[in-house]
Design a binder for this molecule. Structure first.
Ligand SMILES: C[S@@+](CC[C@H](N)C(=O)[O-])C[C@H]1O[C@@H](n2cnc3c(N)ncnc32)[C@H](O)[C@@H]1O
Length: 372
């Protein structure tokens, strides 16, 4: 890394990016180094949501957006044996490579020389060792039985959901990984089931911070087939299963299912485990008679349920002396902000209004959140 840039980085630490401070740092280094350094501090600030040691790392604007959250990267690393060399085919600024190197021997490929340099810096800043080669990962044999890849889903800075436009191409990567012991490709969970099923025998839909962040397509001789939702914080994994028949009225409790469990088609597993039924026809809400505390479920105590009619719901709010603090929906396509304003009341306690689908009809349920 350029010495002047590193000096500027030190000088810019904790300083606001005002013309005066920029000029001061530029005076001691160069205009370019000063602008770069203030840019890095801005990116470091933004990166804190993903990296606990963001203040000692380097980022590129787009590369930071594409990088894996460190908790999720550490889950990726745990998929591989600790004593085996793992190749990270798409190192970027090194979020996954750092986790792999913390686990055991690792090597990275990266097409972009500047990102590769940042990945080296980031490894070094955490006393981790891994070679980062500026090279097309599809060009040469990897020299190992274990590989990870996180293809870029952008074309000229525009996001794409067409896997043919991903770089490297996931189908080509999968063809190279199939004969390994273990190959893992991180992809968008918005890709179709049929595309993902053709790619790999094992699919893991990853939940972190109650978001379905990604799907891992896992292949190779050691890959155990199946489709799972993985909850990173708790380490829980649940398999897919057919759900039971839906009910049309909520019981005492309504449950909002984690998006990764929904995407992994694992609702049936939660219904069987906790004696629950799907509520209505848009998958994602379950109901039952007992409060449940599970990482996969947000638990609500039901206060009222009825048709989606503003007048009737307003009357219920007034009788219960509650106000709408949150509007949630699955499949209803309502304007939730407008609805919240229209239903604003001065009720004593807060409740959630849940919009769910029963066939073509929208239903309103008022409920109180009991567990996150
Ligand atoms: C989504 S980013 C990877 C982010 C990385 N996993 C992280 O968390 O920091 C994909 C990276 O792959 C690189 N790339 C694309 N095609 C490649 C190829 N054929 N060989 C090596 N790197 C490639 C891109 O330059 C980009 O930095």
């Amino acid at each position: 890394m350029d010495e002047l840039r590193l000096k500027a980085l030190d000088l810019a630490k904790g300083k606001p990016a005002t013309p005066k401070e920029l000029a001061k740092v530029a005076g001691a280094t160069t205009q370019e180094a000063a602008a770069w350094a203030f840019g890095q501090w801005e990116l470091r600030l933004r990166a804190k949501v993903k990296f606990s040691q963001a203040d000692s790392m380097l980022f590129g604007r787009e590369a930071l957006e594409q990088s894996t959250h460190e908790a999720v990267a550490s889950y990726h690393a745990r998929l591989f044996p600790v004593d085996q060399l793992v190749v990270d085919c798409t190192a970027g600024i090194g979020a996954d490579l750092l986790a792999l190197a913390r686990r055991g021997p690792a090597v990275g490929f990266e097409l972009d020389a500047e990102r590769a340099e940042m990945a080296r810096f980031n490894l070094n800043s955490q006393n981790l060792e891994a070679e980062v080669k500026v090279q097309d990962c599809l060009e040469k044999p990897w020299g190992t039985e274990f590989a990870f890849a996180d293809p870029a889903r952008r074309v000229e800075s525009r996001r794409t959901l067409n896997p043919e436009e991903f770089s490297p191409n996931p189908t080509t990567l999968a063809a190279n990984m199939r004969d390994l012991k273990l190959g893992v490709i991180k992809l968008s969970p918005l890709l179709s089931d049929s595309f993902l099923e053709d790619l790999a025998p094992r699919l893991e839909f990853i939940s972190y911070d109650r978001e379905c962040r990604e799907v891992l397509a896992i292949m190779g001789m050691e890959a155990k087939p199946g489709r799972f939702a993985i909850h990173v914080e708790s380490g829980e994994a649940i398999p897919d299963a057919f759900p039971p028949v839906e009910v049309h009225t909520p019981g005492q409790y309504l449950f909002d299912v984690d998006p990764a469990a929904v995407r992994a088609h694992a609702i049936g597993t939660l219904c069987a485990r906790f004696d629950l039924s799907p509520l209505g026809t848009a998958s994602g809400y379950l109901t039952g008679e007992v409060a449940i505390f599970s990482p996969w479920l947000r638990t609500y105590r039901v206060l009222y349920s009825g048709k989606a009619d503003l007048k009737t719901t307003r009357r219920a709010l007034s009788e219960l002396d509650v106000r709408v603090a949150e509007v949630k929906q699955r499949g209803a396509k309502a304007d939730v902000d407008k609805l919240r304003k229209e239903l604003s009341t001065s009720g004593k306690s807060a409740a959630s209004l849940v919009l769910w689908m029963d066939g073509a009809s929208v239903r309103h349920t008022l409920a109180v959140l009991e567990s996150q």
